[in-house]
Design a protein around this ligand. Structure first.
Ligand SMILES: Cc1cc2nc3c(=O)[nH]c(=O)nc-3n(C[C@H](O)[C@H](O)[C@H](O)COP(=O)(O)OP(=O)(O)OC[C@H]3O[C@@H](n4cnc5c(N)ncnc54)[C@H](O)[C@@H]3O)c2cc1C
Length: 405
């Protein structure tokens, strides 16, 4: 049993980080955007990044609240919060950026998995050995996710899966996909769904990247043509896939609040002040333009309020019970979009180009960030859907439209 107090634990973390965090990661030697993403196709962006991952894995601090026998450190929430605070205070990068693994399917395995499934899949996630992607959306099912039509037909100890997923982020770089599929077409639509864990190398799977106008290609279509999936790769009971999916959607929406893995390259309120100073040639003192000062102050206040909401004592929102993930998602995605808008405004003509030699790297980043920011109010469930959920589940207003996930 751990008998140290939380404050003793804090001192331990501070000392450990000071000793073990590689100097190279503090310096400009390593590109700020480079991250270790895990999985069989990933490489470490630097020797220092590998060392940091090794150090953190050894302590179980890549997934600090997960049980030690599954690759975590078994920390209670208070200690995990202290660890996160001190890593952030010291400016440490996450050793592994794994939104779908650490953030979604790992917690779902701990909640719904059998001991065998946990032993098989969880340690590989904590160690970054396997990368996962999320197979929820389909061409005919986004907001109305429960209307999905990918079919899984039981055949002995296997399911035979046929259908298509779309907007599957990073499927082309992933090893496994977690997918919600229809096992009983005759049941009410939410009751006929099951949740499968599928090796992307299975025969019958085709992954096609979707080219975006920005030149990026983070989305894929994933086609299943008679793919055989062992029944022991079903998470929770047959027909219980909706509960697992809702659990994961809640995690996804909360992740946006913690600002991990979404967007990237975003300028927060403090960076926006720096941008304004550079663009206006005013390195110190009061910025001359009152409208700019006012916009920056608003951005700062919005960011502080959003962060206070997310940090809110014990994760509870004032007077409304536990902090609902849709509140987090709605608030943070709107804030990030406002900041991306302001960055473009502050950049003047420099914020208008998303490609080409006429613009500097910083300017291109501002414009691309702005273009990408439109995705923040769609991914993980659109803002309209979050508002519907808040109306029903937090405010308990009458239900007028179709059901949302
Ligand atoms: C950056 C990003 C990453 C993504 N990654 C993944 C991924 O990895 N895996 C995955 O499975 N999916 C992923 N998606 C897809 C995402 O989950 C869907 O785009 C989202 O759920 C919306 O579904 P849709 O695109 O089909 O839009 P639709 O459901 O067709 O909605 C279109 C519009 O209608 C509105 N609308 C729909 N129903 C209602 C209603 N009842 N009330 C009010 N308004 C409504 C919506 O708000 C939206 O504005 C990603 C999307 C983005 C942007």
């Amino acid at each position: 049993m751990d008998v140290t107090t939380t404050e003793e634990f804090r001192s331990e973390v501070i000392a450990w980080v000071a000793e073990r965090y590689p100097d190279a990661l503090r310096s400009a030697e390593v590109d700020a955007d480079e991250a270790y993403l895990g999985g069989t196709t990933a490489t470490f962006p630097s020797h220092a990044a590998r060392r940091w991952m090794d150090e953190m894995s050894e302590r179980g601090w890549v997934a600090p609240t997960w049980p030690a026998h599954l690759g975590g450190a078994g920390l209670d929430p208070a200690r995990a919060r202290v660890l996160a605070e001190e890593l952030a205070r010291a400016g440490c990068r996450p050793p592994l950026v794994s939104v779908h693994g650490l953030g979604m399917i790992g917690p779902a395995l701990l909640e719904f998995g059998t001991p065998e499934q946990q032993a098989r899949f969880v340690p590989d996630i904590a160690a970054g050995r396997v990368r996962w992607c999320q197979g929820f959306s389909e061409p005919g099912a986004g907001s109305d996710l429960a209307g999905l039509s990918t079919r899984a037909v039981r055949d002995g100890d296997e399911y035979v899966v046929t259908g298509q997923k779309v907007w599957t982020s990073f499927a082309d770089e992933s090893d496994w996909i977690f997918a919600i599929v229809r096992t009983d077409p005759a049941a009410p639509k939410r009751d006929g769904l099951s949740f499968l864990l599928v090796d992307l190398r299975s025969p019958g799977i085709e992954v096609r990247p979707i080219a975006l106008i920005s030149g990026r290609s983070e989305f894929c279509e994933v086609f299943f043509d008679g793919v055989r999936v062992p029944v022991n790769q079903r998470l929770s009971d047959e027909g219980q896939g909706w509960a697992v999916t809702r659990f994961i959607l809640g995690k996804e929406r909360q992740l946006l609040g913690q600002n991990t893995g979404f967007g990237g390259g975003r300028l927060g309120a403090r960076e926006l002040i720096g941008l304004a100073r550079r663009r206006r040639g005013c390195p110190a003192g009061t910025l001359p333009d009152a409208a700019v000062r006012s916009a920056l102050a608003e951005a700062d206040i919005e960011e502080e309020c959003a962060r206070a909401l997310v940090r809110n004592a014990g994760g509870r929102s004032p007077g409304a019970g536990p902090l609902h993930p849709s509140v987090v998602k709605l608030t943070m995605s709107a804030m990030m979009q406002h900041q991306a808008d302001l960055a473009v405004e502050l950049s003047g003509l420099g914020g208008l180009g998303w490609d080409g030699d006429a613009y500097g790297d910083d300017e291109l980043a501002v414009a691309r960030d702005y273009l990408y920011s439109k995705a923040w109010t769609i991914g993980g469930g659109s803002s309209e859907i979050q508002r519907n959920l808040i109306a029903r589940q937090v405010l308990e207003l009458p239900h007028l439209g179709p059901e949302e996930p």
